[in-house]
Write a protein that binds this ligand. Sequence first.
Ligand code: A2P
Length: 333
Amino acid sequence: MTKVAIAGVTGAVGQEFLELLAERKFPATSYKMLASARSAGKKMTFLGKEYVIEELTEKSFDGIDIALFSAGGSISKKYAPIAAKAGCVVVDNSSAFRMDANTPLVVPEINPEKIKEHKGIIANPNCSTIIGITPLWPLHKINPIKRLVVSTYQAVSGAGAQAMEELKVQAREYLDGKEVTKKAFIHQCAFNVFSHNSDIDENGYNVEEMKLVHETHKIFGDDSIAITCTCVRVPVLRAHCESINIEFTNPITPEEVTAIVSKAPGVKVVDDRKNNYFPMPLDASGQDDILVGRIRQDNSIAGNRGINLFLSGDQIRKGAALNAIQIAELLIK
Ligand code: A2P
């Protein structure tokens, strides 16, 4: 008997929750669909059944077992503790509780054992963190990573359904010679690239960059890894890419990295040098697997301890909804 509530069901991640719950035959006995007052009363069909979307309130979680949250950080901050107090386990997609010492931050392929430490809330990591570190974990276990240099190429889906619509509208407007409409981002995203839209800290890093640093340390349980990161938005709808430079403790070859990464759960090697075929967001979109390629030696690091790679993963799937549903599946187990 598992009663599930989805907070933010009308959003990009909320809609993906539904796809994945259906696709993976999630063993829920009932669903409650929650969004803002704007959507309350609207009807929707899921698995052949009609649901009326309800406004998320303090009473929404009475009798619910698992709540999947993706309605933004401020909603999580307010309602996740209320849901937890009502006896339900929250899997929260926002950043609200990720660095909270009492909240496990989980990537099921890396630290599933942390789930049982939960006190009512389990945090889903940032999308760039999940996509970047899932393929790195099996490497780190056998040859500890000393330093990472990460550059992201992030799809607009991370800013929600509205941002995805904005990219489509802007592309049409731009090609029609019209002035582009800007709402989700301050900069034009169609035919442009800009530094990630999160706030810039005094140290010059934006919040997204520092999330990747802190969350990787927490998930790997290893603060000793030196990490530096540059996060950038690109005009892509829903899959992120990352260029990652890795300095290992001991020598390692691209062939060894390929052999290890190709066996990693949730990862697929796409590394066809002859045909110049490597991970691309169009291929990664809609896929569960993170695509990894361009695996090559970084000869600027002495002693064959450096590797470069490039990856692409669906931001809405593994970067958000899929990771959360995998956590919910482990909770039920
Ligand atoms: P709504 O569609 O009713 O605004 P996205 O990240 O794709 O923009 O989606 C955000 C999700 O969070 C949507 O489902 C949205 O519902 C929901 N949401 C936004 N504000 C609130 C709120 N105050 N209460 C409950 N849900 C909210």
